[in-house]
Design a protein around this ligand. Structure first.
Ligand SMILES: [Fe+2]
Ligand SMILES: [Fe+2]
Length: 277
């Protein structure tokens, strides 16, 4: 039986993305459709990086955990937040050992939720294929961090985010988790491409998976950037500064239903919520 519903939203791109996420989170909460919300904030500061301010905005808008990706250190002022043991935001787990920031975060819950649900943790790993930021083995990182979470909180359930370009790598990590971490990892979702994929599924009756959540931001554009400067750059190599797209603003992601007693995901649905006006 589904006791816990978690919404996961893709990369928030700039101010339009923040507005789209805030609208979607409020809508789902007020309709009683979700208990917890996770969102990727790596593009929340003007389309690249996260700042202490945009982190606060994402939390205020309803994000119970904020995840990151290859743009995690674009604004170094956020590093203190990444180190903070209480704040539900972490850097990708498979960076250099000495890199700033926690390797996983605990999803924030009300005291009433803490009585009803087991602790939920999120781990992000970066892919190694076609990615600009060099990273260590993501499979090894998943094993290390999931084991560390289990040692810390024996009842914990884990959500794994694969922040990667290649769907092959994302699918391989889904199978790795389904085979090795059944009854521990309940969701594996992908981020980074900013395009929602149609492969939401329950894998082997144990975990919910989707290759990419998509993004929160302007969908009339090129992965959240305005069309003109991107075309100018791609066709003429003219280095125009990219601007954040602000038309056709939507928040896309998934809602997952979890049977916390059986320690598995039962349902997954894709969501795409357009911001009116
Ligand atoms: Fe990314
Ligand atoms: Fe992104």
């Amino acid at each position: 039986m589904v006791e816990l519903r978690i919404a996961c939203f893709g990369d928030v791109v700039g101010a339009p993305g923040l507005r789209a996420f805030a609208y979607a989170a409020k809508l789902l909460r007020e309709a009683g459709r979700v208990d917890l919300i996770i969102v990727n904030g790596e593009n929340s500061k003007n389309g690249s990086g996260i700042s202490p301010e945009t982190l606060k905005e994402l939390r205020r808008a309803g994000g119970d955990a904020i995840t990151l990706g290859d743009h995690c250190f674009k604004d170094r002022k956020v590093c203190d937040d990444l180190d903070d043991p209480i704040k539900p935001v972490a850097r990708p787990a498979n960076l250099s050992t000495g890199a700033r920031g926690k390797h996983f975060s605990r999803v924030s819950m009300s005291s009433e939720q803490m009585e009803r649900f087991p602790p939920i943790f999120v781990v992000t790993v970066l892919g190694r294929l076609f990615m600009p930021l060099p990273a260590n083995d993501p499979f090894e990182a998943v094993d290390r961090e999931v084991a560390a979470i289990a040692a810390l909180e024996p009842r914990a359930l884990v959500i794994v985010e694969v922040h990667a370009e290649a769907t092959s790598e994302k699918q391989a990590i889904v199978w790795h988790c389904a085979r090795k971490w059944a009854e521990r990892v309940v969701v594996v979702f992908g981020t980074h491409t900013h395009v929602q994929t149609a492969d939401a599924r329950i894998v082997d009756g144990v975990l919910a998976a989707v290759s990419d959540l998509g993004m929160c931001g302007g969908h009339r554009g090129v992965i959240g950037r305005k069309i003109g400067p991107v075309l100018e750059m791609m066709t003429n190599q003219n280095p125009f500064p990219y601007e954040v797209a602000d038309e056709d603003v939507k928040a896309t992601g998934i809602i997952v239903g979890i049977d916390t007693a059986a320690r598995r995901a039962e349902t997954i649905e894709l969501v795409s919520i357009a911001q009116p006006g």
